[in-house]
Design a protein around this ligand. Structure first.
Ligand code: 5GP
Length: 206
């Protein structure tokens, strides 16, 4: 089991309707040691991949993206969400249905913050049906950029997002993949992953 799977088992709370709450370290309070380990693990898994920018979506991806942007020494940008369509004059705009809030969000990025030709690493806290990530991919393509990879902290493997993105040929890395979870018994089963050797991952920057 890797550090994030262990953390989810210790601190995660399973809610009805297939929702995992990780407010104590990722979605409300930010436990910086865990976020730092997530960032180092993405850096390790995307070794050899050229990255010019890290992209996420507000709000919970921002902490991870920030530490990762620091490791790559590249700009970090987060797509903003709004319920109503604003002027699209100087913005790339896409749409994503929110799994947790059960509503459609417009997501946008102002033109200067995504540039043609950039290799963009997309980061998010959760992957469920893939709506948020597909909106981010759309924004990168609108700007004439390239998706260098997709890094997800927690993938809910029983939903279709991960399967679709892998079938579409994206380099997707999810640190913890939940195959199933049970609200009644509060049990979670993770998908075994080939690379579980994390001893070299520094816990704190020196
Ligand atoms: P998707 O767009 O892939 O359907 O859903 C991913 C987004 O929904 C993530 O950005 C995350 O904010 C939210 N999300 C989906 N499932 C969960 C969950 O079980 N727990 C939490 N905390 N957020 C989730």
């Amino acid at each position: 089991m890797n550090f994030l799977e262990e953390k989810i088992l210790t601190d995660g709370v399973i809610k009805p309707n297939n929702i995992l709450k990780v407010d104590s370290f990722l979605n409300h309070q930010i436990e910086i040691d865990i976020i730092r380990q997530i960032a180092y693990e993405f850096k390790r898994r995307f070794r050899g991949v050229e990255v010019n920018r890290v992209l996420t979506i507000e709000a919970s991806g921002i902490a991870i993206a920030t530490l990762l942007g620091d490791l790559y020494d590249v700009p970090v940008v987060f797509a903003k969400k709004s319920e109503t369509a604003n002027s699209t004059d100087d913005k790339y705009m896409s749409q994503a249905y929110s799994f947790t809030h059960k509503r459609m969000n417009n997501v946008f990025i102002s033109h200067p913050y995504l540039r043609p030709g950039e290799k963009v690493l997309i980061i998010d806290d959760f992957l469920a049906d893939g709506q948020a990530v597909h909106a981010l991919i759309d924004l990168v393509h609108q700007a004439g950029g390239e998706v260098a990879g997709i890094g997800i902290a927690i993938e809910k493997g029983q939903q279709r997002g991960g399967l679709e993105l892998r079938q579409e040929g994206y380099h997707l890395e999810s640190i913890a993949i939940i195959d199933n979870m049970d609200w009644h018994t509060q049990t979670i089963h993770f998908r075994p992953q080939p690379q579980q050797k994390l001893e070299n991952t520094p816990i704190k920057a020196q």
